[in-house]
Design a protein around this ligand. Structure first.
Ligand code: AMP
Ligand code: ZN
Length: 119
């Protein structure tokens, strides 16, 4: 079934509580937790509880959950008080763009100056 947990997926294990994470927020459809290798003072990953490999496949199959991720990203920014100074929401899509975990996740980055273009 599309969206079902995958046994070999790290982020499905975080959703299931089988791998520990520093959870910032949780909703019925999403989990937000701190990145283990932070690239900014605020670096939080927002993931859906359902398993899809990337943002595009999630948006195609379950658009409301894709929208939930964006709403949660904003809540995380408020939680960490980076909403006023600005933050970035990034969905790396494909290995060529740096995606290493193939369970949809939004990076929420803030708390420092962020260059554009990102490189
Ligand atoms: P990406 O490279 O866009 O696929 O992002 C995957 C992110 O997951 C990277 O920023 C990693 O640092 C992060 N990551 C990997 N393992 C963990 C973990 N166990 N807990 C939290 N973040 C993790
Ligand atoms: Zn997964």
């Amino acid at each position: 079934m599309p969206g079902e947990p995958q046994a070999d997926c790290l982020f499905c294990k975080i959703v299931a509580g089988e791998v520990p994470a520093t959870v910032v927020r949780e909703t019925g459809t999403t989990v937000a937790f701190r990145d283990i290798n932070p690239q900014a003072p605020t670096h939080v990953l927002v993931i859906p509880k359902v398993h899809y490999p990337d943002a595009a496949s999630l948006a195609a199959a379950e658009p409301q959950v894709a929208a939930d991720i964006l709403a949660e990203a904003a809540k995380v920014a408020e939680h960490d008080q980076v909403d006023a100074t600005g933050y970035r929401i990034v969905f790396n899509t494909g290995a060529g763009a740096g995606q290493t975990v193939f369970h949809t996740h939004a990076h929420v980055l803030g708390g420092r100056g962020l260059q554009w273009p990102p490189g």
